[in-house]
Design a protein. Sequence first.
Length: 428
Amino acid sequence: MKKVLYIVYYYPPLGGSGVQRGTKFSKYLPLSGWESVVLTPRPALVKHPKDRSLLDDMPTGQAIYRTFTLDAHWLYKVFWGLRLPKVVTWLMFHVFRPDAEILWLPFAKLQIPHILKRHKIDLVFISGPPFSIMQLGKWIKDRYGIPYVASFRDDWSLGQSRLDNPPPASFTKYERKLEKAALEEASHVVVVNKAYKRDFLSLYPHLAQDKFTVITNGYDESDFEGQPPQREKDKGKLQIVHPGVLFGRRHPGIIWQAILNLIDRGKIDPRLLRIHIYGRNFSSFVFKGFEQNHTIRSIVRLHPYLPHDQTIDVIRQADLLLLFSGPGAKSDAEMPGKLFEYLRAGKPILGIIHPEGVSAEILQRAGSGFVASQEDITQIEETLLQIYQLWQNKELSINPDWEYIKTFERRELSAKLASVFDGVLQEI
């Protein structure tokens, strides 16, 4: 079996959708002739939510090398606590470039020679963010002659975080230099949606179109085995569920106002509506502008982060699944990982998203729900009312295109990644 050195910063028992992508690749790549050897930091040293349930997904005998690291996010937390956000911004743009995780690189470099002595590595696969670790690809290629595939779960220099918090020109110049080198030196580039490919090619048009392969996030059929537990709460209510963090542009105020408008016009009964939001959310953000609104506070419930296996149960029990992205530039490129587990759950989805974006395209092609522009409150009201009336009449259902949805199964996606690896080796 061929071996790939998988360099990834976020790996179980760290939690989150980006972690699931890597775990599922490790789980299913062996079915296509590839065994992964994982290089990652020690989880206790990384400031990130933990989800030990994801450890159950790792294949038996998975080789994992966990190294020491320094995580600047702990330092950021101190300055945030001291209410010195400008210090954090200065550190981000002038010291820890291009990201805080760059402090892991020297420790990763110390471990790599030992891994290469113990394993016959055919290929290196690097997953970002964090994007600083892309530098390890060229480092390994130059010293050991092993090709690497770069994988981008998010946009880099053209991402929303850069647009919303523009860095100094010197930072952008430095970051673009790293980005260009990572893309040029990689034997192949994997991106999670076509919008990211478009962005990279707009910056670096000399790169070949066929150097890029889109491999989306997905769902694991084994996560949906059996029936979910019976729903005990909110019986007789329209239960809407959103697992995940709301932050930045993703402020739900327009949704809360749309609901209040419908209530004020007597179109919906607030006693029959319940919205559950799971994750490390701050009530001060979620309810900003609605702090004293008892109606919204009675409808919306905030819950802590749930392990992935419990999240699957929650979405399978819901009446409606909420997919929400904020307004503004690049919102068409947003494609949350939860979308694909939503699709597999077979429950109606309300996408309050860019109506012409990558998520809307998938949602509509799958026949799995409703789309309303995240910037059009009238459209949101009309769609919510339509859903509410269908639910009242016991007609809230969908007829999904299951053949299309199956293309997002993790085994299929891992096989696609394996074919990328095989193609790289054939070109050597």
